[in-house]
Design a binder for this molecule. Structure first.
Ligand code: GTP
Length: 534
């Protein structure tokens, strides 16, 4: 029922229905033959029947259902932070310590294990309403950040999955503890005059007759300070704090006791360009400032507000939900990008959102270069109740993409997400491989891949612009996801990319956990860069 509801509320993709009619279903036999010819004979014949190798085998697993025990709630444990330590500066800029303080003031919430039905945050284009997915299994403790060796990430994921698989639902857990565990009274050997368990009182808390008291004073209840959990916006602001505090600090220094004139405008423009915002946006900001306040006193806060407003204008047109065209079964999402930009992790997060909404999702391990990457994706598939298809290490990625598409069609999957090996944009042979994947998918369905997502690492500066240019040309990137905005991000470049390429930005990654993917919000991002409070 949830599925049919989702299908009804979806506005289908860019192409109107008539367009789809204009592309009748391709002659599958002819296409298959053509694609077969495209792929090297060895890639299909030698790579696929690999039952002996657990990773190598084309592995199809039945979806474990949209949510259920897929995601186990594990609370992140950021360091305890004392609230209310620092003041907001006169710029309205929030120091990092205040962000942390705000977070400590919030009661830590223990997130539920189940993914909710019918929630497609940032994905459904139908109403534009964004709902949170409360599922959370942060990896913050187990994964080790960018530098963590892939094997570590996989072990962390493995650990997580094995925890998931052995953890019964809450009620059962309680039952098991009661059955198998022993109470202090049972194990101590001390006599107790407490009523038996069958009398309905826990033997762990002996009830003395009237007129008696225990010798030991009752223990003071230990105050449990709930660990503070930053909201996603606080994480975003913290991630962009370096950019924003540097920028706002320089701006307020620039305007101390100076009126707005040609020279200050020029210096301001330089500062904005140095923050990666791009020439176009820098000029927008200085033009607006000049038209409003030329010859007058200007405060840092004036500049921050104008900067935030102008950045919002640049970003609003690209802050779009990811459109799924469920007329295509499957809607194929190809995920591309430079090594380590977060492709596999982002796929896991997307799969959690989609399968949690009742959609049938298949993940294809098209990164055939790294065994760990294949395993990593397999684990994400297990966690999110998605189907999985992989092939052996070093196999032809286009061949895998072909098989995945066929399999997803046969299974009537709603969405197929294909991971690809990370590659530097200047490695021509690898970029040619990517082109081939696109070509093969395109032969099976002229509209496929229906979405080509590129992940960008927010800690990268100007190079991200170059990455978009090249991946766009080679793979036809149709939308972006910026990851690692929770770290020490340099998010300014996203503004320059938006101004130049106008590609949709669907989500931002604000952590390594399954729910650390948020729909992109222009105003939030602009505020965070300008260092403004929400
Ligand atoms: N802090 C943070 N870490 C992230 C985020 N997204 C991914 N990571 C981490 O970045 C590292 C690389 O992520 P992967 O998903 O393996 O990146 P990839 O692009 O698939 O890597 P390759 O397969 O080598 O190309 C891992 O340690 C992830 O946990 C994010 O939004 N925030």
């Amino acid at each position: 029922m949830a599925l049919s509801f989702i299908k009804r509320v979806f506005t289908f993709g860019d192409k109107p229905v008539e367009d789809q009619a204009a592309h009748p279903a391709p002659d599958r036999a002819a296409d298959a033959a053509a694609v077969q010819a495209e792929l090297e004979p060895k890639s299909r014949d030698e790579d696929l029947p690999l039952a002996a190798d657990p990773v190598a085998a084309v592995e199809i697993e039945t979806a474990g259902g949209p949510s259920g025990d897929v995601v186990e709630a594990v609370e992140e444990e950021p360091a305890a932070i004392l609230p209310g330590v620092e003041e907001t500066s006169d710029l309205g800029v929030v120091p990092l310590s205040l962000l942390e303080a705000e977070a400590a003031a919030e009661t830590a919430r223990v997130e539920g294990a189940d993914l909710p039905p019918s929630a497609l945050p940032g994905i459904s284009p139908s109403g534009g309403e964004i709902t949170d997915v409360p599922a959370s299994t942060p990896f913050a403790e187990s994964a080790k950040g960018d530098e963590a060796p892939a094997q570590d990430v996989v072990s962390a994921l493995r650990q997580d999955v094995s925890n998931d698989s052995i953890s019964p639902p809450e009620g059962e857990m309680t039952g098991r503890t009661e059955e198998g565990g022993s109470t202090p009274a049972e194990t101590s050997g001390e006599p107790t005059n407490a009523p038996s368990e069958s009398e309905g009182v826990s033997p762990a808390t002996p009830v003395l007759p009237k007129g008696f008291s225990t010798a030991k004073p009752e223990a003071e209840p230990v105050a449990v300070v709930a660990p503070a959990k930053l909201t996603w916006f606080q994480r975003l602001r913290a991630g962009l704090a370096r950019t924003s505090s540097q920028l706002t600090g320089q701006i307020s220094a620039l305007f101390t006791k100076r009126k707005l004139d040609e020279q200050t405008l020029e210096e301001l423009e330089d500062l904005l360009i140095q923050a990666d915002l791009g020439v176009e946006t820098a000029m927008r900001i200085t033009d607006t400032l000049s038209s409003e306040r030329y010859g007058k006193d200007v405060t840092g806060e004036d500049v921050s507000r104008i900067m935030s407003a102008e950045i919002t204008k640049v970003l609003t047109p690209v802050a779009k939900p990811l459109q799924l065209d469920l007329d295509h079964k499957p809607h194929v999402i190809l995920v591309v990008g430079v090594n380590g930009t977060g492709k596999t992790t982002t796929i896991g997060k997307l799969a959690a959102k989609l399968s949690g909404s009742g959609l049938k999702v298949m993940l294809a391990a098209g990164d055939t270069f790294r065994a760990a990457a294949i395993e990593q994706l397999k684990i994400w598939a297990d966690r999110t109740g998605s189907q999985f298809i992989g092939t052996k290490l070093g196999a032809d990625a286009a061949g895998l993409a072909y098989d995945a598409f066929e399999q997803a069609r046969a299974n009537k999957s709603d969405v197929l997400i294909i991971d690809t090996a990370g590659r530097l944009q200047n490695r021509t042979e690898l970029m040619a491989e990517l082109e081939k994947i696109v070509r093969v998918l395109n032969k099976l369905d002229p509209d496929a891949p229906h979405t080509v997502l590129q992940t960008l690492d927010a800690t990268t500066g100007q190079n991200a612009m170059n990455q978009v240019e090249i991946f766009r040309n080679v793979a036809g990137v149709s939308g972006l996801i910026m990851t690692k905005l929770d770290g020490t991000a340099r998010g300014g470049i996203l503004v320059a990319i938006a101004a130049k390429h106008k590609l949709p930005v669907y989500f931002i990654g604000v952590g390594e956990g399954v729910d650390d993917l948020e729909p992109f919000e222009a105003k939030d991002f602009a505020h965070a860069i300008a260092g403004l409070t929400h």
